[in-house]
Design a protein around this ligand. Sequence first.
Ligand code: GDP
Ligand code: CA
Length: 333
Amino acid sequence: MRITALAGGVGGARFLRGLLEHLATTRASDRAQVTVIGNTGDDITLFGLRVCPDLDTILYTLGGSVHEGQGWGRSDESHHVAVELAALGATPQWFSLGDKDLATHIYRSQLLGQGVPLSAVTARLADRWGLPEAGVTLLPMTDAPVETHVVVTEAGEQRAIHFQEWWVRHGAAIDAERFVVAGLDSAAPAPGVLEAIRNADVVLLPPSNPVVSIGIILGVPGVRDALRGTRAPVVGVSPLIGGRPVRGHADICLETVGVESSSAGVAGLYADFLDGWLVETDDAMQEPRPGSGPVLVRRPLLMSSVQAAADIAGAALSLASQLAAKKGGESRP
Ligand code: GDP
Ligand code: CA
Protein backbone atom coordinates (compact mmCIF):
# COMPACT_ATOMS: atom_id res chain seq x y z
CA MET A 1 0.00 0.00 0.00
CA ARG A 2 1.37 3.38 -1.02
CA ILE A 3 0.40 6.01 1.52
CA THR A 4 1.17 9.66 0.82
CA ALA A 5 0.77 12.30 3.52
CA LEU A 6 1.12 16.08 3.45
CA ALA A 7 2.57 17.33 6.73
CA GLY A 8 3.60 20.36 8.73
CA GLY A 9 5.53 20.08 11.99
CA VAL A 10 4.30 18.84 15.35
CA GLY A 11 0.72 17.87 14.40
CA GLY A 12 1.94 16.16 11.25
CA ALA A 13 4.83 14.37 12.94
CA ARG A 14 2.75 13.02 15.82
CA PHE A 15 0.15 11.73 13.38
CA LEU A 16 2.84 10.08 11.24
CA ARG A 17 4.41 8.43 14.29
CA GLY A 18 0.95 7.06 15.08
CA LEU A 19 0.55 5.89 11.50
CA LEU A 20 3.81 3.92 11.67
CA GLU A 21 2.76 2.44 15.00
CA HIS A 22 -0.58 1.41 13.51
CA LEU A 23 1.12 -0.17 10.48
CA ALA A 24 3.54 -2.04 12.74
CA THR A 25 0.88 -3.42 15.06
CA THR A 26 -1.36 -4.51 12.19
CA ARG A 27 1.69 -6.13 10.55
CA ALA A 28 1.15 -3.96 7.50
CA SER A 29 4.49 -2.15 7.71
CA ASP A 30 6.32 -4.50 5.36
CA ARG A 31 3.68 -3.90 2.71
CA ALA A 32 3.28 -0.16 3.27
CA GLN A 33 5.35 2.62 1.75
CA VAL A 34 4.79 6.00 3.34
CA THR A 35 5.79 9.13 1.44
CA VAL A 36 5.62 12.37 3.39
CA ILE A 37 5.49 15.71 1.59
CA GLY A 38 6.74 18.26 4.11
CA ASN A 39 6.07 21.96 4.38
CA THR A 40 9.12 24.14 3.81
CA GLY A 41 7.37 27.52 4.07
CA ASP A 42 8.58 27.78 7.68
CA ASP A 43 12.21 27.59 6.57
CA ILE A 44 14.45 30.39 7.71
CA THR A 45 18.13 31.33 7.53
CA LEU A 46 19.55 32.05 11.00
CA PHE A 47 23.23 32.78 11.69
CA GLY A 48 23.89 31.80 8.10
CA LEU A 49 22.33 28.37 8.61
CA ARG A 50 19.28 27.04 6.78
CA VAL A 51 16.73 25.78 9.28
CA CYS A 52 13.76 23.66 8.12
CA PRO A 53 11.60 23.46 11.27
CA ASP A 54 8.83 21.23 9.93
CA LEU A 55 11.12 18.72 8.18
CA ASP A 56 13.29 18.50 11.29
CA THR A 57 10.32 17.95 13.57
CA ILE A 58 9.30 15.00 11.39
CA LEU A 59 12.86 13.62 11.33
CA TYR A 60 13.35 13.87 15.09
CA THR A 61 9.88 12.54 15.91
CA LEU A 62 10.05 9.53 13.60
CA GLY A 63 13.70 9.03 14.61
CA GLY A 64 12.71 8.77 18.29
CA SER A 65 14.75 11.77 19.36
CA VAL A 66 12.24 14.59 19.62
CA HIS A 67 11.78 16.65 22.79
CA GLU A 68 8.38 15.26 23.79
CA GLY A 69 7.33 18.21 25.93
CA GLN A 70 8.00 20.78 23.22
CA GLY A 71 7.05 18.58 20.32
CA TRP A 72 10.04 19.95 18.36
CA GLY A 73 13.82 20.04 18.80
CA ARG A 74 15.96 17.28 20.29
CA SER A 75 15.55 15.52 23.59
CA ASP A 76 18.49 15.81 26.03
CA GLU A 77 19.56 19.02 24.39
CA SER A 78 22.13 21.58 25.57
CA HIS A 79 22.41 25.23 24.55
CA HIS A 80 26.09 26.16 24.80
CA VAL A 81 26.22 27.69 21.33
CA ALA A 82 23.08 29.78 21.91
CA VAL A 83 24.49 31.12 25.20
CA GLU A 84 27.74 32.03 23.49
CA LEU A 85 25.90 33.70 20.59
CA ALA A 86 23.87 35.74 23.07
CA ALA A 87 27.09 36.80 24.83
CA LEU A 88 28.32 38.02 21.47
CA GLY A 89 25.13 40.01 21.03
CA ALA A 90 24.21 37.97 17.95
CA THR A 91 20.59 38.14 16.86
CA PRO A 92 17.93 36.88 16.71
CA GLN A 93 17.70 35.43 20.18
CA TRP A 94 14.02 34.47 20.01
CA PHE A 95 14.57 31.28 18.02
CA SER A 96 15.84 28.43 20.17
CA LEU A 97 18.61 26.37 18.56
CA GLY A 98 20.05 23.58 20.68
CA ASP A 99 23.54 22.23 20.14
CA LYS A 100 22.54 18.87 18.66
CA ASP A 101 19.90 20.53 16.53
CA LEU A 102 22.55 22.93 15.23
CA ALA A 103 24.50 20.00 13.80
CA THR A 104 21.52 19.30 11.52
CA HIS A 105 21.46 22.90 10.32
CA ILE A 106 25.24 23.06 9.84
CA TYR A 107 25.25 19.85 7.80
CA ARG A 108 22.25 20.94 5.75
CA SER A 109 23.77 24.34 5.06
CA GLN A 110 27.09 22.80 4.09
CA LEU A 111 25.44 20.53 1.53
CA LEU A 112 23.12 23.23 0.20
CA GLY A 113 26.21 25.44 -0.18
CA GLN A 114 27.79 22.70 -2.31
CA GLY A 115 24.75 22.78 -4.58
CA VAL A 116 23.03 19.65 -3.25
CA PRO A 117 19.25 20.11 -3.59
CA LEU A 118 17.16 20.21 -0.40
CA SER A 119 15.43 16.95 -1.34
CA ALA A 120 18.79 15.14 -1.49
CA VAL A 121 19.93 16.77 1.75
CA THR A 122 16.68 15.69 3.39
CA ALA A 123 17.22 12.13 2.17
CA ARG A 124 20.63 12.07 3.87
CA LEU A 125 19.17 13.39 7.10
CA ALA A 126 16.39 10.81 6.82
CA ASP A 127 19.04 8.06 6.60
CA ARG A 128 20.50 9.33 9.87
CA TRP A 129 17.11 8.96 11.54
CA GLY A 130 16.28 5.52 10.11
CA LEU A 131 13.33 6.63 8.00
CA PRO A 132 14.05 4.29 5.06
CA GLU A 133 14.08 1.28 7.45
CA ALA A 134 10.69 2.44 8.71
CA GLY A 135 9.38 2.51 5.14
CA VAL A 136 9.22 6.30 5.05
CA THR A 137 10.40 8.67 2.34
CA LEU A 138 10.44 12.31 3.41
CA LEU A 139 10.26 14.81 0.54
CA PRO A 140 10.34 18.57 0.96
CA MET A 141 7.43 20.03 -1.03
CA THR A 142 9.98 21.82 -3.25
CA ASP A 143 13.72 22.29 -3.64
CA ALA A 144 13.20 26.01 -4.23
CA PRO A 145 13.61 28.35 -1.28
CA VAL A 146 10.12 29.31 -0.11
CA GLU A 147 9.36 31.44 2.94
CA THR A 148 6.05 32.36 4.48
CA HIS A 149 5.92 36.00 5.56
CA VAL A 150 3.22 37.81 7.45
CA VAL A 151 2.09 41.35 6.65
CA VAL A 152 1.58 43.19 9.94
CA THR A 153 0.99 46.80 10.93
CA GLU A 154 3.05 48.10 13.82
CA ALA A 155 2.90 51.71 14.98
CA GLY A 156 0.87 52.55 11.86
CA GLU A 157 3.49 51.10 9.57
CA GLN A 158 2.91 48.08 7.39
CA ARG A 159 5.70 45.58 6.95
CA ALA A 160 6.26 41.91 6.24
CA ILE A 161 8.00 39.78 8.84
CA HIS A 162 9.08 36.17 8.58
CA PHE A 163 6.41 33.73 9.69
CA GLN A 164 8.74 32.44 12.44
CA GLU A 165 9.13 35.92 13.86
CA TRP A 166 5.35 36.34 13.97
CA TRP A 167 4.73 32.86 15.39
CA VAL A 168 7.67 32.28 17.73
CA ARG A 169 8.69 35.78 18.76
CA HIS A 170 5.24 37.40 18.89
CA GLY A 171 3.12 34.29 19.56
CA ALA A 172 0.86 35.37 16.65
CA ALA A 173 -0.30 38.22 18.87
CA ILE A 174 0.33 40.99 16.33
CA ASP A 175 -2.62 41.39 13.95
CA ALA A 176 -1.81 39.71 10.67
CA GLU A 177 -3.25 41.26 7.54
CA ARG A 178 -2.27 38.49 5.20
CA PHE A 179 0.31 35.83 4.48
CA VAL A 180 2.72 36.30 1.59
CA VAL A 181 4.66 33.23 0.56
CA ALA A 182 7.88 34.32 -1.14
CA GLY A 183 8.97 32.00 -3.94
CA LEU A 184 5.85 29.81 -3.90
CA ASP A 185 4.35 30.72 -7.27
CA SER A 186 7.47 29.68 -9.15
CA ALA A 187 8.44 26.73 -6.92
CA ALA A 188 8.56 23.43 -8.79
CA PRO A 189 7.45 20.41 -6.76
CA ALA A 190 10.47 18.45 -5.52
CA PRO A 191 11.26 15.26 -7.46
CA GLY A 192 8.71 12.59 -6.61
CA VAL A 193 6.11 14.87 -5.05
CA LEU A 194 3.49 14.80 -7.82
CA GLU A 195 4.13 11.12 -8.52
CA ALA A 196 3.61 10.31 -4.84
CA ILE A 197 0.17 11.90 -4.99
CA ARG A 198 -0.80 10.51 -8.39
CA ASN A 199 0.39 6.96 -7.68
CA ALA A 200 -0.81 6.72 -4.09
CA ASP A 201 -3.34 4.19 -2.85
CA VAL A 202 -4.29 6.55 -0.03
CA VAL A 203 -3.59 10.24 0.54
CA LEU A 204 -3.72 11.43 4.13
CA LEU A 205 -3.91 14.96 5.51
CA PRO A 206 -2.72 14.83 9.13
CA PRO A 207 -4.13 17.44 11.54
CA SER A 208 -1.52 19.99 10.46
CA ASN A 209 -2.19 23.70 10.33
CA PRO A 210 -4.51 24.12 7.32
CA VAL A 211 -3.20 27.57 6.39
CA VAL A 212 0.53 27.74 7.09
CA SER A 213 1.42 24.03 6.81
CA ILE A 214 -0.96 22.15 4.47
CA GLY A 215 -2.07 25.39 2.78
CA ILE A 216 1.50 26.19 1.76
CA ILE A 217 2.07 22.71 0.30
CA LEU A 218 -1.19 23.08 -1.65
CA GLY A 219 0.20 26.30 -3.14
CA VAL A 220 3.13 24.54 -4.81
CA PRO A 221 2.18 24.59 -8.51
CA GLY A 222 0.78 21.22 -9.55
CA VAL A 223 0.11 19.80 -6.08
CA ARG A 224 -3.54 20.80 -5.89
CA ASP A 225 -4.22 19.52 -9.40
CA ALA A 226 -2.54 16.22 -8.54
CA LEU A 227 -4.82 15.90 -5.49
CA ARG A 228 -7.88 16.67 -7.59
CA GLY A 229 -6.82 14.10 -10.15
CA THR A 230 -5.59 11.24 -7.98
CA ARG A 231 -7.60 8.03 -7.91
CA ALA A 232 -6.59 7.54 -4.30
CA PRO A 233 -9.10 8.52 -1.64
CA VAL A 234 -7.99 11.67 0.20
CA VAL A 235 -8.77 11.50 3.92
CA GLY A 236 -8.01 14.28 6.39
CA VAL A 237 -7.97 14.71 10.16
CA SER A 238 -9.31 17.93 11.62
CA PRO A 239 -6.74 19.91 13.65
CA LEU A 240 -9.54 21.57 15.61
CA ILE A 241 -11.27 20.27 18.68
CA GLY A 242 -14.22 22.37 19.77
CA GLY A 243 -13.35 24.89 17.04
CA ARG A 244 -9.95 25.54 18.61
CA PRO A 245 -6.51 24.24 17.68
CA VAL A 246 -5.04 21.71 20.09
CA ARG A 247 -1.82 23.72 20.06
CA GLY A 248 -0.59 26.76 18.18
CA HIS A 249 -2.63 29.46 16.52
CA ALA A 250 -4.45 27.83 13.60
CA ASP A 251 -7.58 29.77 14.59
CA ILE A 252 -5.77 33.08 14.06
CA CYS A 253 -4.37 31.82 10.75
CA LEU A 254 -7.86 30.82 9.59
CA GLU A 255 -9.28 34.20 10.63
CA THR A 256 -6.50 35.90 8.66
CA VAL A 257 -7.55 34.09 5.47
CA GLY A 258 -11.23 34.76 6.15
CA VAL A 259 -12.20 31.20 7.07
CA GLU A 260 -14.24 30.22 10.12
CA SER A 261 -12.25 28.37 12.78
CA SER A 262 -14.22 25.14 12.57
CA SER A 263 -13.79 21.69 11.08
CA ALA A 264 -16.31 22.69 8.40
CA GLY A 265 -14.23 25.78 7.64
CA VAL A 266 -11.05 23.71 7.30
CA ALA A 267 -12.82 21.08 5.17
CA GLY A 268 -13.94 23.94 2.92
CA LEU A 269 -10.29 24.75 2.20
CA TYR A 270 -9.86 21.19 0.90
CA ALA A 271 -13.31 20.94 -0.72
CA ASP A 272 -12.09 20.24 -4.26
CA PHE A 273 -10.25 17.04 -3.35
CA LEU A 274 -11.27 15.87 0.15
CA ASP A 275 -13.15 12.54 0.20
CA GLY A 276 -13.18 11.70 3.90
CA TRP A 277 -12.86 13.83 7.04
CA LEU A 278 -12.29 12.79 10.63
CA VAL A 279 -13.74 15.21 13.17
CA GLU A 280 -13.98 15.09 16.97
CA THR A 281 -16.93 13.13 18.38
CA ASP A 282 -19.01 16.17 19.31
CA ASP A 283 -17.87 18.40 16.43
CA ALA A 284 -20.49 20.90 15.26
CA MET A 285 -19.93 20.13 11.57
CA GLN A 286 -23.06 18.82 9.84
CA GLU A 287 -22.87 15.70 7.71
CA PRO A 288 -22.71 16.98 4.12
CA ARG A 289 -25.32 15.59 1.72
CA PRO A 290 -23.86 12.60 -0.16
CA GLY A 291 -21.75 13.86 -3.04
CA SER A 292 -21.65 17.43 -1.77
CA GLY A 293 -18.81 17.07 0.71
CA PRO A 294 -16.50 14.60 2.42
CA VAL A 295 -17.80 11.54 4.23
CA LEU A 296 -17.55 12.35 7.95
CA VAL A 297 -16.34 10.07 10.71
CA ARG A 298 -16.67 11.26 14.29
CA ARG A 299 -14.17 9.98 16.85
CA PRO A 300 -11.78 11.22 19.52
CA LEU A 301 -8.96 13.16 17.84
CA LEU A 302 -6.66 14.06 20.70
CA MET A 303 -3.22 12.53 20.08
CA SER A 304 -2.56 12.18 23.81
CA SER A 305 -0.21 9.21 23.27
CA VAL A 306 1.41 7.34 20.41
CA GLN A 307 -1.36 4.74 20.74
CA ALA A 308 -4.08 7.42 20.53
CA ALA A 309 -2.44 8.77 17.36
CA ALA A 310 -2.15 5.21 16.01
CA ASP A 311 -5.87 4.68 16.53
CA ILE A 312 -6.66 7.93 14.69
CA ALA A 313 -4.38 6.91 11.81
CA GLY A 314 -6.07 3.48 11.74
CA ALA A 315 -9.47 5.15 11.52
CA ALA A 316 -8.25 7.33 8.65
CA LEU A 317 -6.97 4.27 6.75
CA SER A 318 -10.16 2.37 7.38
CA LEU A 319 -12.26 5.27 6.05
CA ALA A 320 -9.92 5.45 3.04
CA SER A 321 -10.40 1.78 2.26
CA GLN A 322 -14.18 2.22 2.39
CA LEU A 323 -13.90 5.18 0.03
CA ALA A 324 -11.38 3.52 -2.31
CA ALA A 325 -13.84 1.14 -3.91
CA LYS A 326 -16.29 3.95 -4.51
CA LYS A 327 -13.74 6.33 -5.92
CA GLY A 328 -11.99 3.80 -8.17
CA GLY A 329 -15.02 3.74 -10.46
CA GLU A 330 -15.52 7.47 -10.86
CA SER A 331 -13.30 10.05 -12.46
CA ARG A 332 -13.22 13.61 -11.38
CA PRO A 333 -13.81 16.46 -13.82
P1 GDP B 1 3.51 22.91 13.37
O1 GDP B 1 4.11 23.10 12.01
O2 GDP B 1 4.49 22.48 14.40
O3 GDP B 1 2.63 24.04 13.79
O4 GDP B 1 2.59 21.63 13.24
P2 GDP B 1 1.47 21.23 12.20
O5 GDP B 1 1.12 22.31 11.26
O6 GDP B 1 1.83 19.90 11.64
O7 GDP B 1 0.27 20.96 13.19
C1 GDP B 1 -0.29 21.99 13.94
C2 GDP B 1 -1.71 21.63 14.17
O8 GDP B 1 -1.77 20.36 14.80
C3 GDP B 1 -2.43 22.60 15.09
O9 GDP B 1 -3.40 23.31 14.35
C4 GDP B 1 -3.04 21.71 16.15
O10 GDP B 1 -4.38 22.03 16.42
C5 GDP B 1 -2.94 20.33 15.54
N1 GDP B 1 -2.80 19.34 16.58
C6 GDP B 1 -1.81 19.22 17.47
N2 GDP B 1 -2.03 18.19 18.32
C7 GDP B 1 -3.23 17.65 17.93
C8 GDP B 1 -4.01 16.56 18.40
O11 GDP B 1 -3.68 15.88 19.38
N3 GDP B 1 -5.17 16.29 17.74
C9 GDP B 1 -5.58 17.03 16.66
N4 GDP B 1 -6.71 16.70 16.07
N5 GDP B 1 -4.86 18.07 16.20
C10 GDP B 1 -3.70 18.36 16.82
CA1 CA C 1 5.33 24.58 11.01
